[in-house]
Ligand binder design. Sequence first.
Ligand code: KG4
Ligand code: ZN
Length: 335
Amino acid sequence: MAMGQRMGAGMILSIESSCDDSSISITDIATKKLIYHKKISQELEHSKYGGVVPELASRLHAIALPAILEECKPWFGELKAVAVTNEPGLAVTLIEGVTMAKALSIALNIPILPINHLKGHIYSLFIGKEAQFPLTVLLVSGGHTQVIEVESHEVMNTVATTMDDSYGESFDKVAKMMGLGYPGGPLIEKLAHSGDASRFVFTVPLWQSPLIAFSYSGLKNQVRLSIESSDEEEYPHIASAFQKTATDHLIQKLKKYFKTRKPESFAIVGGASANLYLRTQIETLLAGYKAPLLLAPLEFCADNAAMIGRCAVEEFIRSNFIRHQEMVVNPRCKL
Ligand code: KG4
Ligand code: ZN
């Protein structure tokens, strides 16, 4: 379709800046199709620090977001609303997207749709299509590890969450301890390929606890002790054993949860849902329940504005608009 050409009931421009990805999308409201999407990641800039530096991320958003917005100008006449991630995330980076959304709302005289980032991840499954609920979702990202029972767009219940670090974050921290860079997930997964998981034994977190909850800080410390007492040649084995234990923990708690409620349909979302070892283990688990596994396309697993735009369509349909004067950021908000 030519830029700016009319299609359906108008479009929504969506902004994502909750962490270290600056991203803007344009979504067609009637068809739910993605019309435009661009993301500028800051991974290289943060890599040397082994994690995201919020202040640096904020300054980089202030450069990247306006540059992407320039490309969206041809669609300005079609816009019916501007959507923006306003919760949860880093306060200083959320504010960059929210400020841009406020400015657009005033300049174009269109309402704002505030979007919950976690809800956005769930809608990464349905870009360009209808949503299918009910659904049990495992959200694994840098900021979250949770099991969510999604009944409908309005009813989403978190039934398990992490007590400390998240699944993705534990990969980031192990990679940092090995001096590999950031983000750690893909780096550890790659290193684990050439390792033998049986060469190191780590205790599965909370394996004796009746709690259906997650914890990664103890595992991180076990891994740290192994790294400190090993040569670099052993890092692939440590990475492999770590990835296995971190994933076994998820599987063990999911099995426990499925005893109380069988999954009808199951999805993994979030940046760490790209992990192939995790995907395979979940597939094996689900085979016993004959539950289908839904996954987002790889390009939409990590943070992006396409998923925010898809969620925004649902908010638009429900007229969940907000005036720019009422727009706030909620860095610690949950679902
Ligand atoms: O969803 P996301 O882009 O950002 C947050 O909302 O946090 O997730 C980023 C997280 C990082 O911690 C990154 O290391 C992790 O996802 N990740 C992975 C993999 N790819 C990304 N973790 C494990 N294995 C991967 N292949
Ligand atoms: Zn995310």
